[in-house]
Every structure is written in C-alpha cells, then in structure tokens.
Design a protein around this ligand. Sequence first.
Ligand code: GDP
Length: 296
Amino acid sequence: MIFEGLAEKLQNTFKKLKGKGKLSEKDVKAAMREVKLALLEADVNYKVVKNFINKITQRSIGHEVLESLTPGQQVIKIVNEELTNLMGTTQSKINFASKPPTIIMLVGLQGAGKTTTGGKLGGLLKKMGKRPLLVACDVYRPAAIKQLHVVGEKLDIPVFSMGDKVNPVNIAKAGIEHAKKYGNDVVIIDTAGRLHIDEKLMDELKNIKSEVNPHEILLVVDAMTGQDAVNVAETFNSQLGIDGVILTKLDGDTRGGAALSVRAVTDKPIKYIGVGEKLSDLEPFYPDRMASRILG
Ligand code: GDP
C-alpha cells in the first residue's frame, strides 16, 4: 500500500506528541527531524522536504500550537493541511472544451502505462456520459496499435488507427476529423513513448501539440520509479508543457515519493491515479484523501 512506511513513522512520531500536555519548541523541532527523515526515506524530493519542514515548523512554534490545550493535535492538524496542500489541495479535473471535441494528448515514457491508461481514461469518461475516441499515434512500439484496439474492444470504445507507416501528426489530425464526423466529444491521443527522453521524441510531441492544439496534455508516469518519475515530469513540463499528471502503478508503490513531490516540483497537478492492471483501475486524485492515508 502507498505510504506504508511513512504512515507508520509519522504516526509514531505524533503519538509521542499527543501524550504531552504542553509542547516546547524543542519538542516540535525533535518531531520535525523525525518527519524529515521519514519523508526522505519515502523518496520525497529533497527541496520539497526542506520547504515542507520549514513551513510546518514555522506554523507549529507559533502560539497557535504551543499555547493551545491540545498542542499535539494542533501539530497533526497542521501537518495534515500542509500534506494536502503539497499534493494540490483540491481535486483537479479535466478541462473540457466549450466546443467539442475535447482533445486529450497522453504522453510519457515507454512502459509507464500510457496505452492502458488511455483505455482506462476512455472508460471513465464513457461512464460520465461522454463519447470518447481513442487515436493510435504510437507507431514505433511494436503492437501498441493492436494493444489499443484490444483495450477499445473490451470497453466498447472506438479506436482510430492508420497503421504504422503514417506520420503521427497526420494520424492525430485525421482522428480528430473522424471524431467530428461521428460525434465523438473527446479524443484521446496515445502518443509514442521511448525508453529515455530524447530530442526525436520531444520534437514529435511538439509537432503534434502545435498541429492539434490539445486542451489537455497529460503525462503518464510510473509511481514506482519515485524521483525518476518526478524528473521525467519536470523535463516534459519544461520542454513540452503539460497540464497534469496521471500517476500509474500506485498499487505497487509503497513509498509514495512521486505522489508527494510531483506537484511541488512541476506546479502541475496529479489528475488521476492508476491503481491496478484492470481497465477499471483508474481513479481521480484527491489530495485530502491521500493525506489522510498518511496520518490515519
Ligand atoms: P506504455 O508503454 O506506456 O503504453 O505502457 P502499457 O500501457 O503497455 O503498460 C505497461 C504495463 O503496465 C502493462 O503491463 C500494464 O498492465 C501495466 N500498468 C499500467 N497501469 C498500471 C497500474 O496502475 N497498476 C499496475 N499494477 N499496472 C499497470
């Protein structure tokens, strides 16, 4: 489960605080040292941890805590609020176009779960009453097009493809025309990923972006890769510009470092989380619910 180690450590730290009638500045600082170590062990970005601890310490040694009747509880409340803020405060939704179709471009590295997530997202949107179309623009990974068709068939969502000999920009454009013609109000474009970020990949994504003007560019990253995922997000955001992140494989991530760092590092919200291999395993991301998983 996500935040396994972190939750245990923070809850232990706060148990000690709760037991005390009054807190001194020293008590708060000692607790913050433990929180800092726990966050670093959970693979949270170093700068994010530093800012976080500074904020909590400042708020905690103010009189709102030290002179309160339940100082331990007050500190926990502050940590809970700041953890929620760190992950974005409120749920971030998809920006739907005022004039359909809404164009969503999915980007990311190979293996992050992009193609699967495209299907899952289509499934969620369909449940919301939308009529999504999946567009297969990953012309490099063998079997990616076939995979998208299989996913589409399972969910009963149409898939637009033109084989692997056509330029992805042209496929994306033709897909959008197809959606207009057949009344699909959301177009989900599955783009190519590579093992590493390289110029060719970015150039292709930039081309698609400038030709189709997507309403949403969502980056799919694997939560299990921790700070690597955060670095990937930072690079995609600075080179291409993204509107949000979909964090996959949270079901296999016990530490939670990516979930806690992505927003603070990139200033872009996590919009959805992948929580399993089934096509129904995609959920909206709620920062407050995530924070309460840590503090119980
Ligand atoms: P792509 O190369 O980015 O298109 O990746 P795929 O969509 O082919 O996914 C790679 C692997 O990750 C597949 O085996 C998926 O089933 C798996 N996967 C994707 N999302 C999740 C998730 O949220 N949880 C788990 N456990 N597996 C996932």
